[in-house]
Design a protein around this ligand. Structure first.
Ligand code: SAM
Ligand code: SF4
Length: 458
């Protein structure tokens, strides 16, 4: 049993996974697929073809939770007609626990992120009878996290830490993912080496707050992890998400600048442009400090592309405070943003504050943020026209075999034409057109594919 899991036989079970939420959930779904396949189950392309549906959920905003309930309504109809088994996994499972079964009694299994390795056991012993598996594991359990079936054969997510100790006033994550726990560096490097052998071109490290990474065995920190990863021959692009501005010091900027393998791209959630709002959010940095971090980053890497998260309508946000978010966007000029209306989440500090920004004001502020960002992004994209950029081909068009999609080093989506198969290869793409959300171009040259097959996934 090389994966170290109890082999509970699920031979013949056909399953489907629906994933909501962030990259960590996507990576967790790859774990769930690995666990189920190792037990003999087989993945299908739709709930209609399956006996088991696992819904991997996101609890970060009210809207994400509502998505789950409407999806469950759809599954309920299928359950009635063909006896589906429904498992709810992820952050809503961990947050609601047996409350979920009370609200939706037709759900069979509720399984939190620390319990995916127990899925076959729970399913085999009680297919159809309700169970709740939401125990926390205190430390990092490496054995419980293997094997994995990856969606991409080009770019791989590698989770290096989980949980969060920051308790930002609006955020439910510390209650769904628990306290910070770190994966041993040894295990991270083993995974990167296996990915390199399988021909992966890009590695994306994941964690709620990767900057605070500390190897539980040696005490090595995140910059050490990056330096050690750079030394592994193979993957040519390294990215990481998420960095918290409070713990992103000058050493991180220096480490990024050390190697061209570390992409000149960073997601650094600002949340709000006003220091008073940031204080109420308990973010631990001011507007001035955030701007200083941006200055340090751009001094070390002038071509870096920054992206961010913005929340509008946090309790008590005045018009003047909101204007400071707009002015921060104008000043920093992010290459991409993810923007949200504040919604109160259970157990968080902000849920105890009056949610006093009216819905129509939140909507208007969100529209203003998005309209401004669209203009900024369009202007940034315009500067690419006529330039040749290196793009990693990660997908291709279903309609036209000569059209591929990929990402630039700055993480722009690039759709391009190529004379031969560009999947899993780096291409030099001449940019000929743009929209606010993507670039278009033609591949002038394709770099050689790496030794080893991109189809042999670890
Ligand atoms: N760990 C990251 C960080 O420090 O920002 C990401 C956390 S969360 C998964 C992703 C984003 O969701 C946050 O950055 C924030 O902008 C948004 N978010 C979290 N809670 C929210 C809430 N209650 N209402 C609206 N947006 C929220
Ligand atoms: Fe949530 Fe803040 Fe932790 Fe990010 S740092 S996961 S926003 S509590």
């Amino acid at each position: 049993m090389e994966h170290g899991l109890p082999l509970t036989d699920l031979t013949g079970l056909v399953y489907y996974i629906e994933t909501f939420g962030c990259q960590m959930n996507e990576n967790d779904s790859e774990r769930i697929a690995g666990v189920l396949d190792a037990a003999g189950a087989r993945r299908a392309g739709s709930p209609e073809e399956s006996r088991l549906v696992v819904v991997n959920t996101c609890a970060v905003r009210e809207k994400s939770e509502e998505k789950l309930y409407s999806y469950l309504g759809r599954l309920r109809a299928l359950k009635k007609s063909r006896g589906l088994v429904i498992a709810v996994a992820g952050c809503v499972a961990q947050l609601q626990r047996d409350g979920l079964l009370k609200r939706r009694p037709f759900v069979d299994l509720v399984v939190g992120p620390d319990n995916y390795h127990r899925l076959p056991e729970a399913l085999a012993s009680s297919l159809g009878s309700a169970r709740v598996l939401t125990a926390w594991s205190r430390g990092w359990d490496e054995e419980a996290r293997r094997p994995m079936i990856r969606q991409s054969s080009v770019s791989a997510y590698v989770t290096i830490m989980e949980g969060c100790d920051n308790f930002c006033a609006y955020c439910v994550v510390p209650f769904t993912r628990g306290r910070e726990k770190f994966r041993p560096l040894r295990a991270v490097l083993e995974e990167v080496e296996a990915l390199a052998r399988a021909g992966y071109r890009e590695v994306q490290f994941l964690g709620q707050n990767v900057n605070v990474y500390r190897d539980p065995e040696t005490g090595a920190r995140f910059p050490d992890l990056l330096v050690r990863t750079v030394a592994v021959p193979g993957p040519e692009w390294i990215r990481f998400i998420t960095s918290h501005p409070r713990t992103f010091g000058p050493e991180m900027a220096r480490t990024m600048a050390l190697s061209p393998k570390i992409c000149r791209q960073l997601h650094l959630p600002l949340q709000a442009g006003s220091t008073s709002v940031l204080e109420r959010m308990q973010r631990g940095y001011s507007r001035r400090e955030y701007l200083e971090t941006v200055r340090v980053l751009r001094a070390a890497m002038p071509d870096i592309h920054l992206s961010t998260d913005i929340i509008v309508g946090f309790p008590g946000e005045t018009e003047e405070e909101f204007e400071e978010t707009l002015s921060a966007l104008n000043e920093i000029r992010f290459s991409n943003i993810f923007s949200f209306r504040f919604s109160p989440r259970p157990r968080t500090a902000a849920a105890r504050l009056p949610d006093d920004v009216p819905l129509e004001v939140k909507r208007r502020r969100l529209a203003e943020v998005q309209a401004l960002q669209k203009t900024i992004q369009t202007e940034i994209h315009q500067t690419f026209v006529g330039r040749t950029v290196r793009v990693l081909g990660t997908g291709h068009s279903r309609k036209d075999a000569a059209v591929f999609s990929g990402r630039s080093e700055g993480y722009q989506v690039v759709n391009f034409r190529a004379p031969e198969d560009a999947l899993g290869r780096f291409a030099q793409v001449r940019i000929t057109g743009y929209g606010p959300y993507s670039l278009r171009g033609d591949a002038l040259e394709l770099e050689a594919a790496p030794p080893g097959s991109v189809d042999s996934r670890p």
